[in-house]
Design a protein around this ligand. Structure first.
Ligand code: ZN
Length: 70
């Protein structure tokens, strides 16, 4: 059964421990069932990883909109 990435929702995992090429979350069913559990396939818990990914995306978006060519 395919599972979509719980972090970015833009990638469908094909097998356990598949790596999402978009946000680099590694598919770990234990961590996905226990979003506070850190130290599985991913060093961060799912909640931490998602928060970090959203923060980085927000920074890259704000950099893009802030950039003003002379
Ligand atoms: Zn992802």
């Amino acid at each position: 059964m395919m599972a979509s990435c719980p972090v970015c929702n833009k990638y469908n995992f094909e097998e356990d421990f598949d790596l999402c090429p978009i946000c680099l979350w590694q598919h770990d069913r234990i961590q996905e069932n226990e979003p506070h559990f850190a130290g599985g396939a991913n060093d961060l818990s799912l909640n931490q990883f998602r928060a970090e990914w959203l923060r980085q995306n927000a920074i890259s978006v704000s950099k893009k909109t802030a950039y003003q060519p002379a």
